[in-house]
Design a protein around this ligand. Structure first.
Ligand code: NDP
Length: 399
């Protein structure tokens, strides 16, 4: 049993906090801290009275001193960062100063450049080792479960994995003309970036949405999907033995893409500051303010997600393929925790990663991605905590 400090109180945190409270055998105490304390209080009010003792706090996670003061006062066994990628390094600095283990779901991204990579967080490896604490990076679904799936496939089914295709399909419909399923600013930065994939030892860059494929997803049906750069490609390209190609595809409706194109064409997705009536504003942040809050999509979203990995490789000298995936139903998630499936599929693995670090199952000093640990306890916990996985030993392959 232990104490967790969750930083951030948005869509993903809402689910993780529900699951932490369901899992009171592991989490006896929880502190929820975020920029807007009223949101933490409202959630604590809703979930309080159970076996997990809940407190709340206000914190600006861009201020390392405030974070150090908060962690020193609360003395959690683990900090779960569910704020935005911009805050990762500040929270890691505060964890180092207080010798507290750290878990997140998204890699660091500087706010003023649309660029993400693990370099900044991997640079903390020696410092975390010296401090004797663990940092677990990317414990959401993708990244997160996709890395655990890869480690599981490697451990149980392959001698070498040569190809991985990560397929992220959202067959949900929220009825809005245009909305994003998680933080709009982070989501739009991701999908308007150039595409990238790893092949025969080098990165290949494409124009945004240049590569399109179709796939017939179990539980959802036939969907168009597009190749994107995604952060787990970087760590899996290093950590999976024998890998020759790794790609990431995400489904988008034609309607979503048409809206996104229009917004891009008129400059609304730009992160370059502009002057508006004497005030400096960032168009993408203004756009975020007028788009539906992803947390409000829960009661409106119907349909399913299907996210997983198709592997191709060698076992005992023979070529083999294997598909591991999870199907998640938006309406069932809403009934259980009041959120749609995108927040659910991220919040559940965030709780699991924090639990495994806290109880010592996944604890070793340093900075690690999920695929560097034994996948079995995580896979077992996915089945137990609401994200059961399925296997297909003869999957259709993506051309
Ligand atoms: P939201 O915007 O819904 O929530 C972010 C929360 O962080 C809000 O409560 C916000 O406060 C708080 N916050 C932001 N800045 C600060 C700050 N400086 N100090 C303190 N709190 C702050 O985002 P999501 O819940 O959708 O996403 C959370 C994280 O999960 C993101 O990093 C996202 O990239 C990641 N993610 C990962 C996925 C995966 O599969 N790995 C998938 C989806 C998301 P306020 O309420 O005041 O705005």
């Amino acid at each position: 049993m232990g104490k967790i400090l969750v930083i951030g109180c948005g869509g993903v945190a809402g689910v993780a906090i529900h699951k932490i409270c369901q899992n009171s055998e592991a989490f006896s105490e929880l502190c929820i801290a975020s920029r807007t304390k009223a949101k933490c209080d409202a959630l604590a009010e809703k979930l309080g009275g159970g076996k997990t003792k809940i407190t709340t706090a206000q914190v600006d996670a861009d201020k390392v001193d405030e974070l150090i003061a908060l962690i020193s006062k609360e003395k959690p066994d683990v900090v779960l960062n569910l704020a935005l990628p911009y805050q990762d390094l500040h929270i890691m600095d505060a964890c180092l100063a207080t010798k507290t283990s750290y878990v997140d779901t998204a890699n660091y991204e500087p706010e003023d450049t649309a660029h993400f990579e693990y370099k900044w967080q991997w640079d903390y490896r020696e410092k975390f080792k010296e401090a004797g604490i663990t940092a677990l990076l990317g414990s959401g679904f993708d990244p997160g479960v996709t890395g655990v799936f890869s480690a599981y496939a490697m451990k149980h089914y392959f001698d070498e994995i040569h190809e991985i295709d990560i397929l992220d399909c959202n067959g949900g419909d929220h009825g809005y003309p245009f909305a994003t399923n998680f933080n709009p600013e982070i989501n739009i930065r991701e999908v308007t970036a150039k595409g990238m994939y790893w092949e025969t030892g080098r990165w290949i860059t494409t124009e945004p949405m240049e590569i399109k494929r179709e796939y017939d997803f179990k539980g959802v049906g036939l969907k168009e999907m597009y190749l994107l750069h995604h952060e787990e490609l970087e760590s899996l390209a290093l950590n999976i033995k024998g890998i020759k190609r790794i790609r990431f595809f995400m489904t988008f409706s034609q309607n979503y893409l048409t809206h996104l194109n229009c917004l891009e064409n008129v400059g609304m997705t730009s992160i370059e500051p502009i002057n508006y009536q004497g005030m400096e504003i960032i168009p993408l942040q203004f756009l975020k303010a007028v788009l539906p809050d992803p947390a409000s999509l829960g009661p409106r979203t119907k349909g399913k997600t299907n996210i997983g990995c198709i592997f191709k490789g060698i076992k005992d000298g023979r070529e083999k393929t294997y598909y591991l995936f999870n199907i998640c139903d938006h309406e069932e998630c809403y009934r259980e925790v009041g959120s749609q499936a995108i927040s659910y599929t991220t919040g559940v693995p965030a709780m699991i990663g924090a639990m495994l670090v806290m109880n010592g199952t996944w604890s070793k000093p340093g900075v690690y991605n999920v695929e560097e640990f034994d996948p079995d306890p995580f896979m077992e916990a996915l089945n137990k905590w609401g994200l059961p996985w399925e296997e297909d030993f003869q999957p259709a392959m993506v051309p």
